[in-house]
Design a binder for this molecule. Sequence first.
Ligand code: PMP
Length: 402
Amino acid sequence: MDLLEKFAPVIAQRNSLPFDNTDPFKVVMDKVISETEALIEGRHTILAGTNNYMGMTFQPDALEAAKQALDMFGTGTTGSRVLNGTYGGHKQLEKTIADFYGMKSCMVFSTGYQANLGLISTLAGREDYLIIDGDSHASIYDGASMGDATVVRFKHNDADSLEKRLKRLPENAGKLVVVEGIYSMLGDAAPLKELLEVSKRYDAMTLVDEAHSMGFCGSTGRGVAEDLGVEHLCDFIVGTFSKSVGTIGGFCVSNHPEFDVLRLVCRPYMFTASLPPSVVASATKAIEAIARAGNRRAHLWENARRLHAGLKAAGFTLATQQAESPIIAVCLPDPLIATRFWETLLMEGVYVNMALSPATPGGLNLMRASLCAQHTTEQVDMIIERFKHTAASVGLSLEKAA
Ligand code: PMP
C-alpha cells in the first residue's frame, strides 16, 4: 500500500496549473541583494512578498550582534530550553521583549508556529473552551487540534458572532478566545476593542497573535492592541521573529503572575532545541531598533497607502477598502488567471505571493503583496506599473475607478 496515493488529488490540482517556466513552490532566491531586491533565476527582481515589513534582515546592529554571537557561542545550542539550551542571550531577549511590551514575562519559542501550538494546546484543557476566529492561521488550528479543549469558531472579525458563541457556553467553564491583530492573507485588521471587550464580559482569557502587526502598528510597533489602546485586555500576546524582526523564532508575553509554569508543561517549548545564539542576538537588536523606528513605520504606511491607491485606481479588485496593513491583496477571477498573472509578474521582475483556495478565506485567488519599509517610492510605483502591464499581458480586464 503506497501511503502517498491519498495525495493524488493534490498532485492533480498542482499539475493542472499552467505554469510555463517556474511555479510558486519552486522559486529559488539565488542572491539577496537587499531587503527589497533579489536575483531569481538570473533576473533582478523586486521583492514584494517577503513579510520583511520593517526591513530588519540587514539591520547593521543585528548583523554585527549575530556575527559576534556566532564567534562566542558557536552555531547552535544543541538542546532544549529546559535542559542545556538556555544561554544568557535567551534570557536577555526575553527581558528585551517583556520590556518592549511593558509586560512582566516573556517566553521565547523556536518559531511563532510553535508558540501558538504550545500556548493554545496547553492553556485550554479538557474541560475548557477554545473560541477562535474562523479565518485563523494554521498554527492556531493546529494548536486547537493538538489540545483537548472543545473548539468553537466564530465568524471572522465579527464581535456579534463571538458574543453569540460565548453566550451559549457554561458560565463557569474556562474559556480562551484567540484572535489575530492583522490577518495574513487579506491584510485586514481585527476590531480588537470590540472582540476583547466581549471576551472579557464573558470572563474569557484572551490571546492575540500579532505576527503580522508587530513592528508597524501602534506608536512603538507593538501591534494592533497597542494601536487601539486595548493591551490591558490581552492576557497573552504572541508574536514571531520571522516577519518584522527579520529572523526566526516566536514569543509570548503576559502579565500573569504564574506565566512561568508554562515552561514546565508546554511541550512545543520543552521538546525541541532552542534558537541559535546568533538568531537570539539579532532578534534582540532588531526589536530594540523597532522600538525607535518611527520613521520607518511612517514610510511603510506611506508605501502601503500608495500601492493600495495605485492598484485601486488602475481598476484592480482589492481585498480591503483601504490599506489596513502593508499586505495588499489583489483578487483575481480564477486560479488559471492567477497562475498566469503570478508567473508573468515574476518575469516582469516583481515577486509576490500567489495564494489560492483552500489557503485563502472564501476561496479567493490572490496576488498577495507585502511591502517593506525599505521599498522606495520609485519601487512602489514600479510595482504598480508592472501589475498594470501584467494585467494587459494576461488579458485581465480592469474596471477603472471613476
Ligand atoms: N501566526 C500567524 C498569524 C502567522 O501568519 C504565522 C506565519 N505565517 C505564524 C503565526 C507562525 O510564525 P513563524 O513563521 O514564526 O512560525
